[in-house]
Design a protein around this ligand. Sequence first.
Ligand SMILES: NC(=O)c1ccc[n+]([C@@H]2O[C@H](COP(=O)([O-])OP(=O)(O)OC[C@H]3O[C@@H](n4cnc5c(N)ncnc54)[C@H](O)[C@@H]3O)[C@@H](O)[C@H]2O)c1
Ligand SMILES: O=c1ccn([C@@H]2O[C@H](COP(=O)(O)OP(=O)(O)O[C@H]3OC[C@](O)(CO)[C@H]3O)[C@@H](O)[C@H]2O)c(=O)[nH]1
Length: 390
Amino acid sequence: MAQRLDLDGKPIKAITICMIGAGGFIGSHLCEKILHETPHKILALDVYNDKIKHLLEPDSASGTAPFPDRIQFHRLNIKHDSRLEGLIKMSDLTINLAAICTPADYNTRPLDTIYSNFIDALPVVKYCSENGKRLIHFSTCEVYGKTIGSFLPKDSPLRQDPSYYVLKEDTSPCIFGSIEKQRWSYACAKQLIERLIYAEGAENGLEFTIVRPFNWIGPRMDFIPGIDGPSEGVPRVLACFSNALLRREPLKLVDGGQSQRTFIYIKDAIEAVLLMIENPARANGHIFNVGNPNNEVTVRQLAEMMTEVYAKVTGESALEKPTIDVSSKEFYGEGYDDSDKRIPDMTIINKQLGWNPKTSLWDLLESTLTYQHRTYAEAIKKVLAKPTSS
Ligand SMILES: NC(=O)c1ccc[n+]([C@@H]2O[C@H](COP(=O)([O-])OP(=O)(O)OC[C@H]3O[C@@H](n4cnc5c(N)ncnc54)[C@H](O)[C@@H]3O)[C@@H](O)[C@H]2O)c1
Ligand SMILES: O=c1ccn([C@@H]2O[C@H](COP(=O)(O)OP(=O)(O)O[C@H]3OC[C@](O)(CO)[C@H]3O)[C@@H](O)[C@H]2O)c(=O)[nH]1
């Protein structure tokens, strides 16, 4: 492999990375990227490893594991495992991805959500700080909550002014709903761990980077209920809509599908994370939005686009009634609330790392839905063909 240079032209040394939550959606893509394009080693920690099995196990043709000396999987739960500190000590950098991060859990399992996103992350921060190890911590765009603009009258012209809705790391406030809106349990826990990490940096010199992902989507995200996840489970919107398309059921639009999101292709976002890993002098001490401001849609528009793309990649006709409206209470239960709009400001990441997203929403949906169809269509057909017990 040719010598890799950082953004300042200096050679990049091979490091060992302790990746917590490596078996999840983002972790699996980050492991692939690091193993294929860098010399770094990974200590991959997670409770599950299904999404990274292809990187760990011998392939049938050669009989050897693809990266035998570069990735080591440790099946552990960071809530209660004494191996955690030792693994952090063995590494140059820790990346913490572990979290409960599906909105259906925030208001229905608020305690688990708060413990997972705050309490369980505490020892990771402490071990990094005490042992002088660098930390890249995954937070969320949800720490911004609602936009200032959402509190303006519906017909106010100020709603069109970007200063009322574009989300900036160093100036936008974090606006959550009341305590009984338990949706915000996740955002609030993420905000507090960000503040703790920031304080460890300020008071104890912890070298940290905080990542705020803005709806990263792509292959291997979440699960398809009843196929590789619980039948009653509610994943994030990409998997909910994919599941409906695969089953030829209408896509459910929560509260009219009026909320807006910007979606970014996972492969674009992973490029940004690799730049953070390999450019510590430019990334340390920063909080980075990572999103694609050009890919904004309402959830209704997302449903329409996914329906169109799915018909194109499968050759199947679209349903006559492709969407149905459901109330958030019916879909998520009591205590749900929503972010109205999420457009990331890209000034800081652009200045520090020179990074920009590339892939349009149409293109990313085309490759992702091709993957979903190839991976799940047969399994769904079998499930649907089984007679249901009455
Ligand atoms: N995907 C996104 O768009 C997005 C957006 C905002 C924030 N994030 C943040 O990025 C991180 C990763 O998200 P993701 O989409 O890959 O989610 P994911 O659920 O696919 O991955 C999280 C992984 O962490 C593991 N994990 C959870 N608790 C653990 C524990 N106690 N011990 C060991 N492993 C544990 C899970 O098994 C899972 O494999 C999360 O912190 C999430 O809050 C993601
Ligand atoms: O079947 C469905 C599912 C969802 N919706 C609506 O879509 C919007 C987006 O929902 P989702 O992708 O599940 O999650 P959020 O964007 O609200 O939150 C995530 O953002 C980042 C992260 O931190 C981690 O991924 C997480 O909290 C939303 O408006 C749903 O109501 C739908 O209409 N139909």
